[in-house]
Design a protein around this ligand. Structure first.
Ligand code: FE
Length: 162
């Protein structure tokens, strides 16, 4: 009888431990596989123009990119790592000459960071998976978010809905 009790207590403890572990995992949230490359490696897989935008935080000239006036249905992915970033459902014409979105595909896809370069206070958009520079986010976007994710076409590739 004592042995049975010990086994029961043991099983209960193991069960609690397992539940605890599951909770701990879910409380940590989604963990993304990072893409980490040296500048040399990036140079071999990006065009010089893409490298300048993605890895050196450049900006393409307005109204020159492939996607500012692009209206197909689909998903915009990171040109550096193919991370899905923006949906055509949130794309709108901001008139700025760069592709604009009022939201990211979800909050795990991009990171934002204060950018004080060129004497301006801006908020940089970075790919959460490969840490490439994508563009800047401004607070003059349409509802429901009021945000304008202003992204370089060269930082994006497009996957149409089949
Ligand atoms: Fe990326």
């Amino acid at each position: 009888m004592k042995k049975l009790l010990t086994i029961l207590i043991g099983l209960t403890a193991t069960g609690l431990l397992l539940i605890g572990q599951t909770n701990e995992k879910s409380s940590k949230g989604f963990v993304m596989d990072k893409v980490v490359k040296s500048d040399k490696e990036w140079e071999t897989c990006l065009t010089p123009q893409e490298f300048q935008i993605l890895r050196e935080k450049g900006t393409e000239r307005a109204f020159t990119g492939e996607y500012y006036n692009h209206k197909e249905d689909g998903t915009y992915i990171c040109a550096g790592c193919e991370n899905e970033l923006f949906s055509s459902n949130t794309k709108y014409d901001s008139g700025s000459g760069w592709p604009a979105f009022f939201d990211a595909l979800d909050e795990t896809k991009v990171k934002i960071k204060r950018d004080l370069s060129y004497g301006m206070v801006r908020t940089e958009i970075i790919c959460a998976k490969c840490d490439s520079h994508l563009g800047h986010v401004f607070e003059d976007g349409p509802k429901p978010t009021g945000l304008r994710y202003c992204v370089n076409s060269l930082a994006l590739d497009f996957v149409p809905i089949k």
